[in-house]
Ligand binder design. Sequence first.
Ligand code: HEM
Length: 142
Amino acid sequence: MNSKTIQYGIGDNSYVAAGALQGLTKLVDSFYDFMETLPEASKIRNMHKSDLTESRTKLVYFLSGWLGGPRLYAEHFGRIIIPAAHKHLSIGFDERDAWIFCMQKAVALQPYEDAFKAYLIEQLKVPAERIRMASEAYQTNP
Ligand code: HEM
């Protein structure tokens, strides 16, 4: 199949396009490196523990299954519902956008097809917005 006709989101196409586990590890390392250094992200960085090792592993494992690859998060840590897992955090529009901004910077550095870069960011905006909504609902009615 020609790369231009790959349908992301079918089977493990997205996982493969992201470079499988090795590619996802590079993406997530880059993502958290940006979170640690970009001033726009200092607030969300400070919501995390000082040591980001566990966060890096968990995000790689989650993205693996989410992109159609091995369900590593479930295998290692059990079931997760992403908005519920964040509802105790105060995540508004700025925090949501800062997270996506770090991801955009990280995705831009990866050797992905442009179409996959755009697809991945659009897909990630969906859980990011659900997290913001869950956080808002929780603040209103904990
Ligand atoms: C909307 C902006 C986001 C912010 C500010 C944010 C922030 C955080 C923080 C602070 C933690 C650590 C939680 C804790 O220690 O209690 C965390 C964990 C996590 N986040 Fe996010 N996150 C965001 C979006 C996302 C998205 C879009 C995904 C998935 C695509 C994601 C996946 C995860 C995963 C898998 C964990 C580990 C959960 C666990 O095992 O407890 N996050 N996030």
